[in-house]
Design a protein around this ligand. Structure first.
Ligand code: FMN
Length: 363
């Protein structure tokens, strides 16, 4: 499989470095952003989920209508949609987009965030429910024959799904997280496993954990989850200019958080999800890791979401990405802080460099 690139969907011009308070969806911006990703040959865009934010399915349908090749990754928390409904919703979007849908499952990393939408299960139980959920969706996509289900979390009888995926049988399933339960469920069931950008050594360790769980579940090496790694590149013409930009970006992140406009409130408690805890622990060990992986953006945002930067010229960013490709990452998620302009810069100057090296047979 070739190396593929992922971005994140933004519904308006608000960014972390230039926030627009209470910005509504800007349909023109959404379409312009999505078309830019398509034009610059990004392969996917993730439509994220948050209890207080927009509905990913309608955003995804809008992107599908405005683009040709871009695949749409719908982030989905099982507590928000009954699995039979989700199976049909995803298959509907898959048909509308002619087979461009991926689903990214989020078991839920924060009890408080889950409680906002009525989910009071423990994290272990949330992962057990996710396991059930994936099995139900796969079964519902496979055939229209009616089937019964009876498990701890879901019981129904004679469900028949006549809304099938575009390929007739399946939609790629992604799982993200860094806890033991995430490795177990994702290793056993996912087509794609999503990670946040950690140093090479720690990323290698996480990949090994996912592969070990896949093997334990009886999957052969030819059927392991494809690995997705996420970064926030800060790119400029030279390394020196990029570092200056990185420090300007960091100052803005800190200022916006202090005045209540950051992604995390100034007094945010320590995060409960293991992925964020790992990022904060690594941040304590040093600011720069490996070639150009920068951690102060992690601390400044309380590791709320993907937050490790890669800083440098397009060549440095491309070389850093190739370090992860060499480790086995096949999907590289890159999004910046100045969202649209950064996506265009990556599309012009970074993606072609990485692809050229890979086309020439690697380093
Ligand atoms: C690539 C990637 C994308 C993610 N997207 C989302 C998202 O859109 N919404 C969300 O609430 N959590 C998202 N997460 C967070 C985790 O999936 C979530 O915190 C997980 O349920 C529990 O994390 P843990 O297993 O590391 O403790 C994402 C994680 C990764 C690695």
């Amino acid at each position: 499989m070739p190396t593929e690139f992922i971005s994140l969907t933004f519904p308006n011009a608000s960014t972390e470095v230039s926030p627009i308070p209470n910005a509504a969806i800007d349909p023109d911006y959404l379409v312009r952003y999505a078309r830019s990703l398509d034009d610059y040959n990004f392969n996917y865009t993730l439509v994220p989920y948050d209890s207080s934010s927009y509905d990913p399915f309608t955003i995804g349908a809008t992107i599908a209508a405005a683009t040709k090749n871009l695949k749409i990754i719908i982030a989905l928390r099982p507590n928000t949609l009954y699995p039979t409904v989700a199976a049909k919703a995803l298959a509907t979007l898959d048909q509308l987009s002619r087979g461009r849908v991926v689903v990214h499952f989020i078991a839920g990393g924060s009890d408080a965030e889950q409680a906002k939408e009525g989910d009071f299960l423990s994290k272990e139980a949330r992962y057990a429910r996710l396991e059930d959920y994936i099995r139900i969706l796969r079964r519902a996509w496979l055939s229209a024959d009616p089937f019964d289900w009876a498990s701890e979390h879901y019981t129904f009888t004679q469900f028949s799904n006549r809304v099938r995926p575009a390929n007739g049988s399946s939609i790629p399933v992604s799982v993200g997280g860094s806890s033991d339960a995430a490795y177990r469920v994702g290793g056993a069931l996912a087509d794609i496993f999503g990670l946040w950008g950690e140093p090479l050594k720690e990323t290698r360790e996480q990949i090994d954990r996912v592969y070990a769980e896949a093997e334990r579940a009886g999957r052969p090496p030819t059927d392991r989850p494809r690995i997705w790694v996420t970064f926030r590149p800060i790119v400029a013409e030279t390394d020196e200019l990029a570092w200056a930009k990185a420090h300007r970006t960091l100052a803005l992140l800190k200022a916006h958080r202090a005045n209540g406009q950051g992604k995390a409130p100034p007094d945010a408690p320590a995060p409960q999800n293991v992925g964020s805890q790992r990022l904060l622990e690594i941040a304590e060990r040093g600011e720069v890791h490996d070639r150009a992986l920068w951690y102060p953006t992690v601390t400044a945002t309380n590791a709320r979401g993907a937050s490790t930067a890669l800083v440098g010229s397009p060549q440095t960013i491309a070389d850093s990405i190739l370090d992860y490709v060499d480790l086995g990452a096949e999907l590289i998620s890159i999004r910046g802080y100045d969202n649209l302009n950064d996506a265009i810069d990556y599309g012009r100057y970074v993606l072609p460099k990485v692809r050229q090296v890979l086309e020439d047979g690697g380093r």
